[in-house]
Design a binder for this molecule. Structure first.
Ligand code: NAD
Length: 253
């Protein structure tokens, strides 16, 4: 297991399924963890299921002023060494019917919200000469998943933002990598997938199931570790082989 003792980690969307698993994994590895989510109530509920010592901070990642205040608070407390950006929303809708207001909201949270957080955390990491930025992308950033218009575009943007951070911060002791899972069993996927979608994904994935939040967290803990110091600008698929294959002969729904 990675030893993250003495490191300060911040997980956005930390009360969600993947964010909580990441917070748990990072705390078990010895990091001081702060979860961030939309409200104090949501954060407080998540803390009841997380290891003692994990703290929380409520803010909306799409609100620049609120993000600046939160990161200033973190800086005063010692600065952020590890940032994991999980905050995101999804809407299932064909592109020709997509409401422009929904489009903007999804971009504001998933892409611009990620930008606000990586920029402010990145500055603190550069000051410290060490840092790990880990963005939660999706395989939807690399392939067009019909019906996920805005979401897929934001994840493609998150991939490029992550590579850009790697290019600009690699000589300053900071790495930036993205995790790209296939569907993971959390509230997000339960809102947009029914049993039929589930069966189709299982049939098309070499390891025929969804990812577990703990499997995403393991990849995050590796990328946060000293051992991953030369892994930079990578999009790590946590996908049971999905992105490595085309049609799987013999598999039926
Ligand atoms: N679940 C999946 O199938 C799956 C697959 C691939 C990638 N991902 C990505 O993993 C990340 C985590 O997803 P999850 O499955 O845990 O989703 P989730 O819905 O369980 O959690 C997302 C969390 O983000 C918070 N959030 C939403 N908008 C916010 C905002 N404006 N500011 C702050 N917090 C906000 C929500 O309150 C929620 O707690 C997301 O980036 C998602 O796109 C998920």
């Amino acid at each position: 297991m990675s030893d993250l003792s003495g490191k300060r980690a911040l997980v956005t969307g930390g009360a969600g399924g993947i964010g909580m698993a990441c917070a748990q994994g990072l705390a078990q590895a010895g990091a001081n963890v702060v979860i961030c989510d939309l409200t104090d109530e949501v954060c407080a509920q998540a803390l009841t299921e997380l290891p003692e010592g994990v703290e929380s901070l409520a803010f909306d990642v799409s609100d620049r002023a609120a993000v600046e205040a939160a990161f200033a608070e973190q800086n005063a407390a010692g600065g952020v060494d590890i940032l994991v950006t999980c905050a995101a929303i999804v809407k299932a809708c064909p592109i020709l019917e997509f409401d422009p207001e929904d489009w903007e909201r999804i971009l504001d949270i998933n892409l611009t919200g990620t930008f606000h957080c990586v920029q402010l955390a990145g500055r603190q990491m550069v000051d410290k000469g060490w840092g790990r930025i880990i963005t939660l992308s999706s395989v939807n950033g690399q392939i067009a998943n019909a019906g996920r218009g805005a979401y897929s575009c934001t994840k493609g943007g998150v991939d490029m933002l992550t590579r850009l951070l790697a290019a600009e911060l690699g000589d300053k002791g900071v790495t930036a990598n993205a995790i790209a899972p296939i569907p993971v069993d959390t509230a997000m996927i339960r809102n947009v997938h029914g049993p039929k979608d589930r069966a189709v994904w299982h049939a098309q994935t070499p390891n025929p199931r969804y990812a577990k939040p703990s499997e995403v967290a393991s990849a995050v803990c590796y990328l946060a570790s000293e051992a991953a110091g030369f892994v930079n600008g990578h999009i790590l698929n946590v996908d049971g082989g999905f992105m490595a294959t085309g049609v799987l002969p013999g598999r039926s729904v």
